[in-house]
Every structure is written in structure tokens, then in C-alpha cells.
Design a protein around this ligand. Structure first.
Ligand code: AMP
Length: 191
């Protein structure tokens, strides 16, 4: 079993890489952002609550997000493993995840960090906004999402370094090359 976290700024390519990693390593791809977008599309109470935060570039409250992830992990804890994309997004969530995995007798093998400079992120997100239909891929919300990332998510770099789970990957360049670099790191992991 292999359990991974992939994190990075908005636009760093987490979703794209997580999709491919899930196929290569037979993992469940758990994207909290995708789950929220589905809930929003269905107009559920969770979706409405999530939308009020997503559309202003803030994080959805930890209580809701952690509960959702806990349910998902319990559902597929017997599979080949999981890649968590977009979770955790702050230290509180990282600590909740550690407790949750421990309580299910599961272990986190690595936290993969995609490193991309801010100018490149903005360029990618604006480009994506032309086709994605995502309400948060516009200039104003992108700025806020990057601020939120720097304040709340970037501290996870030190957190995972401290826990000896951190693997940094250069997230600029050809998508397949980046994928290759990540696979190389994963294949070296003790399991
Ligand atoms: P993403 O698809 O990962 O870019 O997420 C889109 C938006 O969903 C984020 O900007 C947040 O508002 C919200 N979101 C996704 N994951 C989380 C999380 N783990 N905690 C709080 N909010 C989240």
C-alpha cells in the first residue's frame, strides 16, 4: 500500500500529476477541490458553504474538509493506497491527517511538493481560466489564492521536512518529464 500527499501552490500541476500517479501506482485520487466542485454543481448544503469560501480565494473551514477526507479514507482504506491532492492545506489539516491515518493503522509514505515560481503560476492559472470554467480562475481570486497559499500552505514544506516525508520536485517544464521525476522518487521509497 502506498499513501501519498501531493502539494504545491495553485497552478503547480498537482491535479495533472496526481491523475497520472493514480493510474501508474493503482491509487485512489482524492482531490478535495474536485469534491467541493461536484458538491457545488449539485447544489448541496456542503457545496454552498464551500462555494462561499472558494469564490473569494479562501480555504473551506478545516472542520468540514477534515470530516470529508476522514469519510473518504475510511471508505477505501483497503485498496492499493491513496494520493491526496490539495489536502492537507495547512498545519491543522496535516496534523488531523496524521492522526486519522494512525487511527486506521495506515502510514503516509511521502509528501511530494511541486515547486513552481509565482510568475509561472499566475500565467498558468490565467490560461486555465480561459477554458476551465472555474469561478476561482480569475485575476482577483488568483491573487487571493496565492496569498492564502503563502500564509497557510507553504508552512507545510517545513512541517513535512521535519517529519522526514518531504520530497521536492521541480514543477516547471514538460509534464511527462516532471511525472518521470516523481516516479523516480516514489520508486526509491521504502515500503
Ligand atoms: P483546488 O482544486 O485544489 O485548487 O481547490 C480549489 C479550492 O477549494 C481552494 O482554493 C480552496 O478554497 C478549496 N479547497 C480545496 N482543498 C481544500 C482544503 N484541503 N482545505 C480547505 N479548502 C480547500
Amino acid at each position: 500500500m502506498l499513501n501519498l500527499v501531493i502539494f504545491g501552490a495553485p497552478g503547480s500541476g498537482k491535479g495533472t500529476q496526481a491523475d497520472q500517479l493514480a493510474v501508474r501506482y493503482n491509487l485512489r485520487h482524492l482531490s478535495t477541490g474536485e469534491i467541493f466542485r461536484k458538491e457545488i454543481a449539485q447544489g448541496t448544503p456542503l457545496g454552498l458553504e464551500a462555494m462561499s469560501h472558494i469564490d473569494i480565494g479562501e480555504l473551506v473551514p478545516d472542520e468540514l474538509t477534515v470530516k470529508l477526507v476522514a469519510e473518504q479514507i475510511r471508505l477505501f482504506k483497503k485498496g492499493g493506497g491513496v494520493i491526496l491532492d490539495g489536502f492537507p492545506r495547512n498545519i491543522v489539516q496535516a496534523e488531523s491527517l496524521a492522526k486519522l491515518l494512525a487511527s486506521e493503522n495506515l502510514k503516509l509514505h511521502a509528501a511530494l511538493f511541486l515547486e513552481v515560481p509565482e510568475e509561472e503560476l499566475i500565467k498558468r492559472l490565467l490560461l486555465r481560466g480561459q477554458n476551465s470554467g472555474r469561478s476561482d480562475d480569475n485575476e482577483e481570486v488568483i491573487k487571493k489564492r496565492l496569498l492564502t497559499y503563502n500564509k497557510q500552505t507553504a508552512p507545510l514544506i517545513e512541517y513535512y521536512k521535519k517529519h522526514e516525508l518531504f520530497i521536492g520536485i521541480d514543477g516547471v517544464g514538460d509534464i511527462n518529464k516532471i511525472f518521470g521525476a516523481i516516479c523516480h522518487e516514489i520508486d526509491e521509497l521504502p515500503r
